[in-house]
Design a protein around this ligand. Structure first.
Ligand SMILES: NC(=O)c1ccc[n+]([C@@H]2O[C@H](COP(=O)([O-])OP(=O)(O)OC[C@H]3O[C@@H](n4cnc5c(N)ncnc54)[C@H](OP(=O)(O)O)[C@@H]3O)[C@@H](O)[C@H]2O)c1
Length: 327
């Protein structure tokens, strides 16, 4: 494993490959999530040198944090634990955005209980809530920092303007956004409009401010492992069935690009998965690449990508190929 440090997150060694825990604890979309496999995957990750774990209350509707807390029992000291706040849900799992003072504090207290810890190493504002003034959210964050319940703050899916405004109110250490080999400046995610453009706006901002950028869906929800074809379909209980980019003509186009990437990976002597992850790890603004994994073998494979170093020639070939495909 390789590690990075960032000026905006001092004294914290971050593994270049992290573990995105959305699929843990079932029920929020990853079709064959299995608790024993997930716990084994967390333990395998630590064995492979992964130190960064990203979760959220909404993942598995509390299930991800509960299972991660269980898996990390006795191992909490060796990991950097990141969770989120601001997406509340009711008994029927209808989700709404709320970054009010009470909601942020309530989320953090509940996360600490589920994760069986007394502090989060990083708290991220999951999605912007335009109904709450940033000052109110920042007040909750400053109080939580002062009480030692959170050690650092990050934003996710925020516009550049809101990120800059929040930065003036509370120091930001990280930004989490959609980014992978095929989605550089995406304007939507699962039909939700994105208020930022990753490569154009956010990466330069992170670089300038010493912040770690955490790319989500780094494998394009598994598509960049090269295991799918244009004919692949996703079951109704698989979150990918709700991604409009993974159906019809758009999906066929992405699959064609994956096929064109495979010979470039073969020429470099690596798998497509490793090439996609190394492409992210090699970018200076990019911090832990938070790959999702349902099984120990998947996280072990992803962790091994930390040892891959793509040559300047390979990076250029990738860039030219993506340009030819208007990506
Ligand atoms: N802030 C946000 O709004 C936001 C949004 C989305 C995600 N996230 C975070 O980002 C994390 C990762 O994103 P993601 O889960 O959307 O997608 P991802 O990491 O791009 O893809 C994860 C999926 O790819 C497959 N996979 C992973 N490693 C593999 C390997 N080595 N070989 C074969 N298949 C492999 C697995 O699914 P199968 O085995 O089923 O194919 C896995 O569940 C999440 O867990 C979450 O922490 C944040």
């Amino acid at each position: 494993m390789r590690y990075k440090t960032f000026a905006a997150l001092p004294n914290t060694r971050l593994s270049v490959i992290g573990f995105g825990c959305w699929s843990l604890g079932g029920t929020s979309g990853w079709h064959d999530s299995d608790d024993q496999q997930s716990i084994a995957a967390v333990h395998k990750a630590i064995e492979c040198g992964v130190t960064f774990f990203d979760t959220a209350p909404v993942y598995g509707f509390n299930g991800s944090e509960t299972l991660l807390g269980k898996a990390l029992k006795g191992r909490r000291g060796s990991v950097v634990l990141a969770s989120k706040c601001g997406l509340l849900f009711d008994a029927s799992h209808t989700i709404r955005r709320d970054l009010s003072y009470a909601a942020v504090r309530g989320d953090v207290e509940a996360s600490l209980r589920r994760l069986q810890t007394d502090h989060l190493d990083l708290l991220q504002l999951h999605w912007p809530d335009h109904a709450t003034p940033l000052e109110e959210t920042a007040r909750a964050l400053r109080d939580l920092l002062a009480e030692g319940k959170i050690r650092a703050v990050g934003v996710s899916n925020f516009s550049l303007a809101d990120t800059e405004a929040m930065q003036r109110l509370v120091p930001l250490s990280t930004y989490q956004g959609l980014y992978n080999l095929l989605e550089h400046n995406a304007d939507s995610y699962h039909n939700i409009e994105l208020e930022y453009r990753t490569e154009r706006e956010i990466l330069p901002y992170c670089l300038k401010n010493g912040m770690a950028f955490l790319p989500y869906s780094p494998l394009f929800q598994g598509i960049l492992t090269g295991q799918f074809s244009a004919e692949s379909t996703f079951a109704a209980d698989d979150v990918r069935s709700a991604n409009p980019n993974l159906a019809g003509a758009t999906f066929a186009r992405y699959i064609a690009v994956c096929e064109a990437l495979k010979p470039i990976a073969a020429e470099a002597g690596v798998s497509l998965t490793h090439m996609a992850l190394a492409w992210l790890c090699q970018q200076p603004a990019v911090g832990p690449v938070i790959c999702g994994a349902q099984r120990p073998d998947q996280i072990a494979d992803n962790a091994a990508a930390a040892d891959v170093l793509l040559s300047a020639g390979t990076l250029k070939t990738i860039q030219e190929m993506l340009k030819r495909n208007a990506l």
